[in-house]
Ligand binder design. Structure first.
Ligand code: SF4
Ligand code: SF4
Length: 131
């Protein structure tokens, strides 16, 4: 969804730490820069980071983060309090969300944008697809 089509002031967005954008279907793509930055932040090698935290999608030809193996498919770096373990070095895709890019169904799960629109928090855990 482009910013031009977005009816709410992006600069006033406040994250409510619901964590819904870090769970569910979909991938966090890891570009080479993302891997280097996150690996350095955690003090591991790039190769070690790939082995421990990533999978390679042969169809899409990209590295992506794995999940925790839980029912909600929580990102491997999502803390119990819905903060991000690699916040200071988070991937480009995550850093741009939800101001620079948003999926069409963002109002189904993002507490911050729901609040900005005067809607109550959503109960459901998100199912996200990038537009
Ligand atoms: S890397 Fe951090 S911000 Fe990105 S999905 Fe995982 S927990 Fe969320
Ligand atoms: S879904 Fe929205 S409010 Fe919830 S953690 Fe993500 S950005 Fe913040």
């Amino acid at each position: 969804m482009s910013t031009a089509d977005w009816p709410y002031p992006v600069n006033e967005f406040k994250c409510h730490l619901c964590g819904n954008c870090c769970r569910g279907e979909g991938y966090v793509e890891m570009l080479e820069d993302d891997i280097e930055r996150a690996a350095a932040f955690l003090g591991v090698s790039d190769e070690g980071f790939r082995e421990r935290y990533c999978d390679y999608d042969r169809t899409e030809k990209m590295w992506h983060l794995i999940d925790q193996g839980d029912a909600e498919k929580s990102c491997i770096f999502l803390n119990k309090d819905n903060t991000c373990k690699i916040h200071e070095a988070k991937p480009y895709q995550c850093a741009g969300f939800p101001k620079r890019w948003r999926p069409e169904n963002i109002m189904d799960f993002c507490a911050g944008w729901r609040a900005a629109a005067g809607l109550p928090p959503a109960d459901e855990k998100r199912t996200m697809s990038e537009d």
